[in-house]
Write a protein that binds this ligand. Structure first.
Ligand code: ASP
Ligand code: MG
Length: 439
């Protein structure tokens, strides 16, 4: 069994959907579980719709629903070739849009919002299933809501996912092509929920891990991880192989191609992940596995925006123990993850990207320290083989950014990462300058 996940742009138009079947058929494996995102733009449209309802702008919501409905009617008319196919898909689409209108009568809350957000993936998977049916290709549409389960802490439960998903698949023992929704799940209360934006990759990885798939393929619109951000830097190259650790750093620190959390289930259950390009299916892409192949070299550079740096200075830090614990406890209480840390004898600087509780955090820190905030920072992450015998890399990196103000530098935290924190206005220059120096 292979898990094949196709992202929003890969199902973004009728022409793109037509390209999926040849890709699926070209796989040598016998069984395939296809995980789909919503059609690109749809989840944003559904977020917008929820906001309109929440703001009690019913007229705005209806206009928005109409526009989206028109878009899907056109989509169906182009994707399906027979009257019967068009008819069946139209009935399905009309039912979904009827549901959208009904939220007017409801007290709009977060559970209503999550029901609306779930429809994007329900639409894309059902349309694909009906499309295959029209082409007389047998497929089984599985509802992810039957097996993608998260607990009270919103953590997926792999053992439950394995039990429930295997059961659903076993009901159709002879079948070889299964389709299910990315992103959506059920929470501990049994309500419809989701794995956060971009979560379809995570679904694919969780299912691949749970079902011990041969491989998890993530099909997007670029031929794998590149060694730098192609939006800002010219002549970037696709990286043929990455270890799970390298991929985790790269996806977390910026490279938008893979949802960061999706590396962990695959790593834990040792299922290789292959990143591939739907527009260029024969390109090798990037294979992420448990093997370390990039020895003694710098592999890639990525950047993450929207970072806030916090400097915390204790009046009594000198030789004081327990200070860092007190600092970390504050962030723990507000469930705010820390990304980078640097310390000195009298102060500690750290970065966060979730600022929802920043003012409360600062208030608590202020009770035992002085706090300084720098917002609009970017982490530049350099991934490579930085084991202690490979000396000299820190010099090369700092040389490349000597004309750029640095807020923090972190080296030695792991063996495959050097991180720099720079004001976001210098990000592009830092990426380019490092690229020229390192590759
Ligand atoms: N459709 C969801 C989103 O746009 C999930 C995904 O595409 O991965 O965030
Ligand atoms: Mg994505």
């Amino acid at each position: 069994m292979k898990v094949l996940k196709f992202g929003g742009t890969s199902v973004g138009s009728p022409e793109r959907i037509e390209q999926l079947l040849p890709i699926i058929r070209s796989q040598p494996s016998d069984k395939h579980l296809v995980v789909l995102s919503a059609v690109s733009g749809t989840t944003n449209d559904l977020v917008k719709l929820s906001e309109l309802y929440e703001g009690k702008d019913i007229e705005g919501a209806y206009k928005h629903i109409d526009l989206l409905h028109q878009k899907y009617k056109k989509f169906v008319n182009e994707l399906f070739k027979t009257d019967k196919g068009i008819q069946e898909a139209s009935v399905f689409i009309d039912n979904i849009f009827d549901l959208f209108y009904q939220f007017k009568h409801k007290n709009f809350n977060s559970s209503a919002e999550r029901i609306i957000l779930a429809q994007g993936e329900i639409i894309s998977t059902t349309l694909f299933h009906l499309y295959l049916k029209e082409k007389k290709v047998p497929s089984i549409l599985l509802s992810a809501l039957d097996f993608m389960l998260i607990d009270e802490d919103k953590e997926p439960n792999i053992d439950e996912i394995r039990k429930k998903a295997s059961l659903e698949i076993a009901k159709h023992g002879e079948e070889t092509l299964f389709i299910t929704q990315g992103y959506i799940c059920r929470n501990a209360q049994g309500e419809i929920d989701n794995l956060q934006r971009g979560g379809s990759d995570y679904t694919a990885s969780l299912l691949g891990a749970a079902l011990q798939a041969e491989e998890i393929q993530i099909w997007t619109d670029i031929d794998g991880f590149h060694n730098n951000d192609p939006r800002y830097v010219q002549n970037t190259k696709s990286i043929a192989r990455l270890s799970f650790d390298e991929a985790a750093e790269l996806s977390y620190f910026g490279a938008k191609i893979l949802h960061p959390q999706s590396v962990f289930p695959a790593r834990k259950y040792n299922v290789p992940v292959r990143l591939l390009d739907t527009m260029n299916p024969s390109a090798v892409g990037t294979l992420i596995s448990g093997e370390t192949t990039n020895q003694n070299q710098i592999v890639a550079i990525a950047a993450k925006d929207g970072i806030t740096a916090i400097r915390i200075q204790s009046s009594r830090m000198l030789m004081a123990y327990g200070f860092l614990r007190k600092v970390f406890e504050v962030f723990e209480r507000y469930k705010t993850p820390i990304d980078m840390i640097t310390t000195s004898e009298v102060a500690v600087s750290l970065t966060i990207d979730q600022t929802d509780n920043l003012s409360e955090i600062v208030r608590e820190l202020n009770s035992f320290s002085a706090v300084e905030i720098d917002s609009e920072q970017s982490i530049i992450c350099i991934v490579g083989d930085f084991r202690k015998n490979n000396h000299g890399y820190a010099t090369i990196v700092s040389e490349a950014v000597k004309h750029i103000p640095l807020r923090m530098i972190s080296y030695g935290g792991s063996e495959n990462n050097i991180s720099l924190l720079v004001p976001s206005i210098f990000k592009i220059e830092a990426l380019r300058s490092l690229h020229n120096r390192l590759f």
